[in-house]
Design a protein around this ligand. Sequence first.
Ligand SMILES: [Zn+2]
Length: 273
Amino acid sequence: MRVIAEKAQVLITVKTSPQPSTKYKDTVCTAGVRLDDDSPRWICLYPIPFRHLETDLQFKKYDLIELEIRRRHEDSRKESYSPDWSSVRRVDHFDPWERRVDALRNLPLTNTCELSAAARADHAAPSLGLGGVADLTGLTFERHPGWNEKQRAILSRALEEVDLFGSGLTPRKLEPPRLVVTYRYRCTGPTCSGHRGQILDWELTALQQRLRSVTDSELKRVIETKFVDEMFASGRDSHFLMGNFENPVKRDKFSVLGVWYPRQSDVEALPLF
Ligand SMILES: [Zn+2]
């Protein structure tokens, strides 16, 4: 099948940490919202060269980028596209929150129960969504078991690919983060009995890299301050940016790719149509 390239404008909302897997290429995904259409819709850009993780040279969260994309037909998730990274052009950065809220205002809100049920019924059901949180119980911390041999092989291949781009950058070897962190919460589904959502946000990995030398308890405290106290502060209208995996067996398992936490006042300031 000939796959036609199209031009897209994407507001980047998600950058995830690598989850190396041999069969499914769920190493890392950058997701956002297409703003070049009549109404905004979710898009997941894959694969991402690792240099995009190690540097913010080309774009960061809430940048508006313009690029060429092709539908990934091997992936039944309809949001999944292959980007042509050489075509990326940064056209804007959306700051403050007010602009971001305005850009996403027409996206439907959902929740984890609803996303999982839809994915169980249909593999092509939404793979990304802005999910409501009714009750945040807290965080669970576990030691990262470290990359296994297969994962290490995938990562070193990925780093070789970086060299092929001739970027002149030598990314550091990608070490696994010290801790795996999971949100425990109830979503806004009316019959929700609770979920655990692993945080795949690249920000969490970057934070752990910066704090390599602190003790476990200090590290946990900083993570809690950022991912609970700040992101779910009172006066914030916080939601999870949810996403699932390419692996069809895991399609109904949604992780937390990031947190959307505009101020309540920014949401209320929007003019009503
Ligand atoms: Zn639920």
